[in-house]
Design a protein around this ligand. Structure first.
Ligand code: ZN
Length: 437
C-alpha cells in the first residue's frame, strides 16, 4: 500500500534499504517472508510523542515507549521538550539524541523547546538534524501560560526563524475564566465532561486564529499540533499540495476516536489538552483530514501512571498513552468505512515525511530505508492489561477489540517486531531532514 495504490508485488530488502520492488523477485540468498493475504504499509511516523526521558521516567522512557510504538507499527517518532530538565539548550537536546542512540528501537528525532528565555539558543537549532522547535508541554513563563498567548514574542520568533515551528494552541484567559465558572459550581469535584467546556472550542479557535495571523504575515513555516475542533480545521487551506504548504496541521487519534459522551465511562482517562470535545468536532476533524485541510494524524502519546490519572478534576493529569494502538484504531475506522487505506497511509506516513522533509522515509520506494509494517486486516484481538506495553500499564482502549493486527515491523531493514516477539539487537537511527525552502 503506497502512494495511493495497492500493488501485488515482491519487495527485496538489502541491508537497511529497499533494494527492489517487482512482480516477482527470485533471490535465493535472501530469507523469504510470505506475506500472502497481508498488507505492507510504510512504517508510521508519529510527530508528537512524550516519552518522558529524562526526569519523568516513572511514567515511561525512550526504551519502553519506543518498544510499544514499534508493536503498534510506528517506525519513527518525534519527541517533545517537556522532559525534566526541559529541552531548552542545545546541550540538553543532544543528550536526548545520545540516550535514544543507546535505547530507542524506533527511528527518532527530538524537538528543541522554546520559552521566553531561550530564543537565541533555540534559533541555533540545526534544521538538517533536528525536526523543529516547539513549545508543546512547556510553560512560556515560570509555570504559566502557553506561547500562543504571547503575540509580541511570536512576532519576533516567526520573523527570525528558518526552522519549522510547531505549536500547541489554546487561549489561557478563556480557559482560566471557564475554570473559575465551573469551580464556583462544583468546587474541586468538577465532573470530567466539563473539561470539554473548560478547555473549550472557543479557547482553541481564538488562539489558533491569532497564531495563524502572525504566521501568515511572516510567511513562517508553522505546524499546529492536535487540532481539536472543526472550526479551527476550517481555518486551514487545502489548495496546495502538502509539501508546498507553509502552514500545516494535524489531528490526533484520541480526538478522532473519542467524544464528550465518553467522559461518562472513561472520566480522567480521556482527559487531554486540548480536550476531547463534541461528536460534531470528532466527525468534523475526520472530514477535514479527508479534504486535506488537516494534513497528518499523530498520537500526542503522553503516558501518566494510573495514580496520576486519579483523583478529582484538578488532581488528574492530562494526557494518555497511545502509540501501541494508534494504527490499529485507524485501521478500525477504515473497517467502519470512514477512511480508505490509501488516505490513512497518506496521513500517517507520506505526509509526515513531506511536512518535516524527512530524508528517505515515509514511502515504500526503492532506495528508501526499509521502514515497513505488515498488517493483517482480519485478525481480531482485544486490548487487555496483559498485552499493553506502555510502562504505565494502562490504555484508554482497554477492552476494545481491534479487527486489525500488526504482524511485523521492520526498521531500517531489521525485523524488530515479529508476531509479538522483539529482536532488540539493532537500535533505530536519528532521522535526517532536507532544508526548508
Ligand atoms: Zn500539546
Amino acid at each position: 500500500m503506497n502512494d495511493g495504490k495497492i500493488t501485488n508485488a515482491d519487495l527485496l530488502i538489502v541491508n537497511d534499504r529497499i533494494e527492489k520492488i517487482a512482480p516477482h523477485i527470485s533471490d535465493l540468498n535472501s530469507a523469504i517472508i510470505d506475506a500472502e493475504g497481508l498488507y505492507l504499509l510504510p512504517g508510521v511516523i508519529d510527530d508528537q510523542v512524550h516519552f518522558r526521558e529524562p526526569g519523568l521516567t516513572h511514567k515511561g522512557n525512550i526504551y519502553t515507549e519506543s518498544k510499544a510504538a514499534v508493536a503498534g507499527g510506528i517506525t519513527s517518532f518525534m519527541e517533545m521538550p517537556n522532559t525534566i530538565p526541559n529541552t531548552l539548550t542545545q546541550e540538553l537536546l543532544e543528550a536526548k539524541y545520545d540516550a535514544a542512540a543507546k535505547s530507542s528501537l524506533a527511528n527518532y528525532s527530538f524537538f528543541m523547546g522554546i520559552n521566553k528565555d531561550n530564543l537565541e539558543e533555540a534559533l541555533k537549532t540545526d534544521t538538517e538534524n533536528v525536526c523543529g522547535i516547539t513549545d508543546d508541554g512547556l510553560y512560556f513563563n515560570n509555570d504559566e501560560g502557553i506561547l500562543a498567548n504571547y503575540p509580541d514574542y511570536l512576532e519576533v520568533l516567526f520573523s527570525r526563524s528558518e526552522t519549522l515551528i510547531a505549536l500547541h494552541s489554546e487561549n489561557d484567559a478563556i480557559i482560566r475564566r471557564n475554570t473559575e465558572k465551573y469551580r464556583r459550581l462544583y468546587s474541586d469535584d468538577i465532573p470530567f465532561k466539563f473539561h470539554a467546556l473548560i478547555r473549550s472550542e472557543e479557547a482553541c479557535l481564538e488562539a489558533t486564529r491569532g497564531v495563524l495571523e502572525i504566521a501568515k504575515k511572516h510567511h513562517n513555516r508553522l505546524h499546529l499540533f492536535h487540532i481539536s475542533t472543526l472550526a479551527e480545521a476550517n481555518l486551514f487551506d487545502n489548495k496546495l499540495p502538502v509539501g508546498e504548504k507553509r502552514i500545516t496541521a494535524e489531528a490526533c487519534i484520541h480526538h478522532l476516536w473519542f467524544s464528550d459522551k465518553d467522559y461518562e465511562t472513561l472520566g480522567a482517562k480521556i482527559k487531554w489538552n486540548p480536550s476531547i470535545k463534541s461528536g460534531e468536532n470528532k466527525d468534523g476533524l475526520l472530514s477535514a483530514l479527508l479534504d486535506n485541510k488537516l494534513d497528518i494524524i499523530a498520537t500526542d502519546h503522553a503516558p501518566h501512571t494510573i495514580e496520576e490519572k486519579s483523583g478529582n478534576y484538578f488532581k488528574a493529569l492530562s494526557g494518555g498513552p497511545l502509540v501501541q494502538h494508534a494504527l490499529p484504531a485507524m485501521l478500525e475506522l477504515h473497517h467502519q468505512g470512514k477512511i480508505s487505506l490509501e488516505k490513512l497511509v497518506e496521513k500517517m506516513c507520506h505526509n509526515v515525511a513531506e511536512i518535516y522533509r524527512i530524508k528517505d522515509r515515509g514511502y515504500i520506494r526503492e532506495g528508501h530505508y526499509a521502514d515497513l509494517v505488515l498488517v493483517d486486516l482480519n485478525n481480531p484481538w482485544k486490548v487487555k492489561t496483559e498485552n499493553i506495553l506502555y510502562k504505565c500499564g494502562w490504555s484508554p482502549f482497554e477492552n476494545q477489540t481491534f479487527r486489525s493486527r500488526i504482524v511485523k515491523t521492520f526498521i531500517n531493514g531489521h525485523l524488530v517486531f515479529d508476531n509479538g516477539a522483539f529482536d532488540e539487537t539493532k537500535k533505530g537511527m536519528r532521522m535526517k531532514f532536507s532544508k526548508i525552502r
